[in-house]
Design a protein. Structure first.
Length: 268
């Protein structure tokens, strides 16, 4: 069983949702980013989703846009992102790592080369935000050849007829975006999550995670009742943002935030 499947199977056996955490790789610099990853995976995070810094992150709200900007301004490169993955993999051999990226970055390096380098570094899956499954055959073939799982997104506006297409393209898990628009902290959760998940599960046996706008323990608890995994990003990235002038405190602050949020994943 691969690391992703193992993480979700373990969570299910413990009667809880898996906790998926997003950070932008290299935000605000390499060393602090490594400390941030270490803090999350040492404090209950099941799956680490690492955003690859990109100059035009169209699916991301202001929080994650600024995180990518900080990473790029610090000089983070594609090679350093992979080095970050290697370092995390060495310390956490069983933790699933998902690369959250944009197709321009994959295409520019060469699809085969990008996928191979991700696998060699220790990544488990690839989520290419702006690549629809109908156009993903080349990426999917490369991923299948090298053992890299694929993650695809379902949105509230996705027609039911597209669900089997998305499900067929995914081999890791399905990511349900609970709101229209971009990433970011929200005050309340969308109301139709159970119905949306039921529709997705009619098309796939893969785990289904829910993200976008989940920012409190209460939000996590609401989603964990229904989803196989809960994704939190902006609320964690904000911890880094708020400590830009005291980077040595980022790890401890993220550890505390992770423990607070992860406490909501139980279904008992």
């Amino acid at each position: 069983m691969d690391r992703i499947a193992s993480a979700f199977s373990r969570a299910q056996a413990e009667n809880r949702a898996a906790f998926v955490a997003y950070l932008c790789a290299g935000d605000p610099d390499f060393d602090t980013s490594l400390a941030a990853c270490r803090a999350l995976l040492s404090n209950g995070v099941d799956v680490l989703e690492l955003g690859v810094p990109f100059s035009d992150p169209l699916a991301d709200g202001l929080t994650n846009q600024l995180a990518a900007q900080r990473a790029l301004e610090s000089g983070i490169t594609a090679a350093q992102v992979l080095e970050l993955v290697r370092r995390v993999r060495a310390e956490f051999p069983e933790a699933p790592i998902v690369l959250y990226t944009y197709y321009n970055l994959v295409f520019a390096k060469g699809i085969e080369a990008y996928v191979k380098s991700a696998v060699d570094a220790g990544a488990d899956a690839l989520l290419t935000l702006d690549l629809p499954p109908e156009e993903a055959d080349e990426v999917n073939r490369a991923c299948a050849a090298h053992g890299l799982r694929t993650v695809f997104i379902v949105a509230p506006t996705t027609p039911a007829r597209r669900l089997p297409v998305i499900a067929k393209a995914a081999t890791g898990f399905i990511y349900y975006v609970s709101r229209e628009g971009v990433t970011g902290v929200r005050d309340s959760m969308a109301a139709n999550i159970p119905e949306a998940l039921a529709a997705i599960r009619s098309a796939t046996k893969l785990p289904v995670v829910v993200g976008f706008g989940i920012s409190t323990r209460e939000h996590v608890a609401q989603v964990a009742k229904h989803a196989d995994g809960v994704v939190v990003g902006s609320a964690l990235v904000n911890v880094i943002r708020d400590r830009i002038d005291d980077r040595a405190s980022v790890g401890e602050a993220l550890a505390k935030k992770a423990r607070e949020l992860v406490a909501g994943v139980g279904r008992g």
